[in-house]
Structures are given as C-alpha cells and as structure tokens.
Design a protein around this ligand. Structure first.
Ligand code: TYM
Length: 344
C-alpha cells in the first residue's frame, strides 16, 4: 500500500478553536511500556480533542553522546513507531526537532534569561550528571531547549508522564519571567498527565521508574519485545508473597502491575480485584502478559510495514519540517523583537 499525506497546509492550527498540545519524545532505542502508557498512547487520543504537535527530540538526544549511525536509525525507527501507534501526520503536526532551527535559537534566548542556580537544581540533571562526571554542557541547559520546544507553539497543554513535571514547571517559570521583563510574549503551558499510567515503575525495582537506561533489561518492556519475552518479563516481575489482587498502598510491585492492567483493559482497580478474586498472582500475571501482547502485536505489524516505506517516512519528515517552521517563525520573531533584536 502506498501511503499518501494530505497537503500540510490543510493542518491549520491557527484557525482551530481547539487547545494546542505539544509534546516530544527522545529517540533512544525502542520505546518502553512506560513511554507508551505515560505519553504516546494518550497522544493518539488527544488528536480527537486538541490541535496536536509532536516532535522527535533528536537535539535533546545528543545531550548524552550517541554514535551517528545509532542516532540516524533511532530517529527513523521512532518515527515509524509513532506512526504505527496511531499518530497521524494528517491530523497532527509531527516533525524532527533538528529540522526546525527555531528551537535552538529560542533555546539560546531562554538560556540567557535563566539563572545558573535554577538549572543546577533540576533533579533530572542532578541524577544524570551523578552517573557520569564527564557530562556535556547540553545536559545542563537541556530544560531551556525543552522550554523553547513548548513555548514556540503557543502551547496550552503538555501531555507527559510525571517525570517531566519539573521541566514543564521550568518552562512556565521562564515564560513568566520573560513576559514580565520584556512584555507579554509567551502563553503559560499546563502539564497534562494521563489519569492512569503517568508513572509506570520498573518491573524489578518498583521504587524506580521504568526506563530503558536501566542495566537490567528485565526491568522494562519494550514495544518491540517478542510475545515470549513479554510473558517472561511479566512472570519475573517483583511482587510480594501474597495472593490477593488488590491495589493496597505499600504493595509497589503488585500495584504497578494493576496500574498497567487497568490502563490496557480500561477496568478500574476494583473491577480488576473482582475479576481476579481467588485466582492468585500467577493467573493475573498470565492475563496481564496476554493483554500487553495483544496491544503491541498490531503496532509491531504496522511498524514492520512502515519501516520499509522509505519514501513515505522521508515525505513525513519534509512536510513536518515545513509546517513546523511556518508555525514557529512568528513566535521566534516576537521573542527576538521583545528582547530588542532587529527583526527585518
Ligand atoms: P522521554 O523521551 O524520556 O519520554 C517520553 C515521554 O514518556 C514519558 N515516560 C513515562 N511515562 C510513564 N512512566 C514511565 N516510566 C515513563 N518513562 C517515560 C515521559 O514523561 C515523556 O512524556 N524531555 C523529554 C522530551 C521532550 C519534551 C519536550 C517533552 C523534549 N522536549 C517538550 C514535552 C515537551 C524526555 O526526555 O522524554
């Protein structure tokens, strides 16, 4: 099947009365169940209610060193993944951050309006810089670039997992400071979390968030994992020695599995308890693995098809860049003019 894209001018954000949402994801290998439930899945639903803008944050990706061939293939794979998950380039604006230089330009202006101490307090910077003493400066200024991403598009809502709360808060603060110094320029964005699944935890250490940067690959499920591997990882997920399927404060491992089940089945915690009454952890885990596999299998099939459509992916990138540049230009000029730049 040959994919066809609608003319990008048909995606008109300016004319729409809908709220504008912006979000982004880094290309760093296959996405996890955490990325999927905390962000990507809710992005597809948002397309019905919002004017959606989604970026592949490939400038953020190099704050941690990446081999060029790895970066190139990760970006391509992530693009095919997002499309396979249901992000529609006809309904939403989907683009690569690096193709719209306005992001790094506004990022610079925001860096010059940010205090050193403010960035030093960011928890993500503190934990990542502790892992490696020789980190690049980009890791430190990362929140300014992320703020630029959000502020360039007059964003109302930023759909993210809760691990991004501090970064969105920073974007609000820097916008507020800019507005009070240079005059009303930026809209103040609101973070938007999914009702359920805003923080999916590690399968092996439920006190930590599920993340593919973990050394233990059993701690996370990847969207591309084979069915048998998913079953194996869920079977091995840490729980206590009880046997009642019930969400109770303090039962981190079990609670995390119940949250995942709830996200994918649409059932409330109470309904899940009722469904598994008297059935034990083994039965629950088998059923959970099944619903993850049935959620992922159609996406994996669509991914395998799309990754072969080189021309289509190329067109998506080109069209996305053109549309995003058009949208970003007025806000960049406005911010530059406000600061005193000559904007011809
Ligand atoms: P990234 O690439 O780490 O994650 C992408 C999205 O996935 C969510 N997420 C999770 N949600 C629930 N449980 C988890 N275990 C989990 N792990 C990740 C994240 O909250 C995020 O929504 N800095 C961002 C990328 C970014 C961005 C932006 C986001 C760049 N510019 C502007 C929003 C707006 C990041 O590294 O996300």
């Amino acid at each position: 099947m040959i994919e066809k894209l609608t003319d990008s001018s048909e995606i008109s954000f300016a004319k729409s009365a809908r709220r504008i949402s912006f979000s982004a994801i880094q290309p760093s290998g296959a996405i996890t169940l955490g990325n999927y439930l905390g962000a990507v899945r809710s992005w597809t639903d948002l397309q019905r209610t919002h004017s959606c803008i989604f970026a592949i944050a490939d400038c953020h990706a190099v704050t941690v060193p990446k081999e060029p061939h790895y970066l190139r293939s990760s970006v391509r794979n992530l693009l095919a993944t997002l499309l396979a998950c249901g992000i529609s380039p006809d309904e939403s604006l989907l683009f690569l951050q690096s193709t719209v230089s306005h992001h790094t330009q506004l990022g610079w202006l925001l860096e010059c309006n940010t205090q050193y101490g403010e960035l030093r307090r960011m928890t993500q910077f503190k934990s990542k810089s502790q892992q490696n003493e020789n980190f690049g400066v980009g890791l430190f200024t990362y929140p300014c670039l992320m703020a630029a991403d959000i502020l360039l598009y007059n964003t109302d809502d930023v759909p993210v997992g809760t691990d991004q709360t501090q970064h969105v808060e920073f974007a609000r603060n820097v916008a507020q400071r800019f507005n009070s110094r240079f005059g009303e320029t930026f809209k103040l964005p609101e973070p938007m979390f999914p009702k359920n699944g805003a923080k999916i935890m590690s399968l092996t250490d439920p006190s930590r968030k599920m993340s593919k940067s973990s050394d233990n690959s059993s701690s996370y499920i990847l969207l591309c994992d084979h069915a048998d591997l998913i079953v194996q990882k869920i079977k091995g997920a840490v729980t206590d020695s009880g046997n009642q399927i019930k969400y109770i404060e303090g039962k981190g491992g079990l609670n995390n599995l119940i949250v995942i089940y709830s996200c994918l089945s649409g059932l409330s915690f109470e309904q899940i308890s009722f469904e598994f009454e008297g059935k034990g952890y083994g039965t629950f885990k088998s059923r959970l693995a099944e619903i993850i596999v049935s959620e992922f299998e159609p996406i994996q099939r669509e991914y395998s098809r799309l990754i072969e459509c080189a021309d289509y992916l190329e067109t998506c990138v080109r069209r996305g860049a053109e549309s995003a540049r058009k949208l970003a230009q007025p806000m960049l000029e406005r911010a530059m003019y406000a600061m005193g730049y000559w904007v011809p």
